[in-house]
Design a protein around this ligand. Structure first.
Ligand SMILES: Cc1ncc(COP(=O)(O)O)c(C=O)c1O
Length: 278
């Protein structure tokens, strides 16, 4: 073990190379006729001039900065309006904004879990869901990808008195396949577990109203915890969790102690984005 930081960093970098885990950023050239099959701008809104104008108008009206956290003086009418629109879009009583999807998942899992609940995650879930449960200190198991029988088997083995939470991506970010929401809901119901779906990649693309693979088709009783991001198809940045009044009332840490919940400028542009997407 190297005691000094530079040697330690070099050793860690070398180990990542050796394990084939080293990642290299590339400079993305936006000019020219390039087709992007790797990005998340599914509706092509990133370059829409109406939205660039809405961003500019939002900045003129509300300022470009975030001012403060929600708890202090950073929660404006426009944030409230956006939360109401997102609740309406997803057919839930309430929604709560976050600065990113990563933060939404960390914050929501932290709010739901401590060491008592048992968390059951699809093996291919996004890193933020795995990190969220780990940071909350919740004992977690991973079931085989989209394998309801494996999930059922793991739930059968969990202590009966422990609260149980089943967690899955809606659309899996790397493979693009979609979770079996009715199947997960049926197992969760039978096993007295809550179901949390991260529909980062379904929102704006799937569902009768662009409301994702959960949305209004699967209400709060079926999927009590729904996370969506605004930085994929809707391409503004930010995220939200939607659910019951009781869930949203838990004012979780990344929301309370961060000013970056999404500036008013972004929130107002996002409302325009919802109008255009509709
Ligand atoms: C399924 C899923 N959840 C959450 C996130 C994190 O969202 P954000 O980029 O807004 O932090 C991603 C990002 O790629 C994702 O694919």
């Amino acid at each position: 073990m190297n005691a000094d930081w530079p040697s330690r960093l070099a050793a860690r970098a070398q180990a990542r190379h050796a394990d084939g885990l080293w990642r290299q950023r590339q400079l993305w050239q936006t000019a020219g006729e390039v087709r992007d099959f790797a990005g998340n701008d599914y509706l092509g809104l990133a370059g829409d001039p109406r939205l660039a104008e809405a961003m500019a108008e939002g900045a003129r009206r509300h300022g470009a900065g975030a001012r403060a956290s929600h708890l202090v003086s950073g929660h404006l009418e426009v944030h409230d309006a956006l939360e109401c629109r997102l609740a309406e879009l997803t057919g839930r009583p309430r929604a709560l904004l976050f600065s990113t999807g990563y933060m939404a998942n960390l914050g929501t899992l932290q709010a739901l879990c401590d060491v008592d609940p048992r968390v059951f995650q699809d093996r291919l879930n996004h890193a933020s869901l795995l990190d969220g449960a780990a940071l909350a200190g919740a004992p977690s198991r991973r079931f085989h990808h989209r394998d309801l029988a494996d999930l059922d088997r793991l739930l059968d083995r969990a202590p009966v008195e422990a609260p149980r939470l089943v967690v899955s991506d809606g659309v899996f970010s790397m493979d693009g396949d979609v979770a079996d929401i009715p199947g997960l809901a049926a197992v969760a119901h039978r096993q007295r577990a809550w179901l949390m779906i991260d529909d980062a990649h379904g929102l704006g693309v799937l569902g009768a109203h662009g409301d994702g693979c959960v949305g209004r088709a699967h209400g709060c009783e079926t999927v009590p915890v729904l996370v969506g991001t605004l930085g994929k198809a809707l391409d503004t940045g930010g995220a939200f969790v939607a659910g019951s009044e009781a869930l949203i009332r838990l004012r979780v840490k990344p929301r309370t102690f961060s000013a970056r919940k999404g500036s008013a400028r972004r929130a107002s542009a996002f409302i325009d984005r919802l109008n255009i997407a509709r």
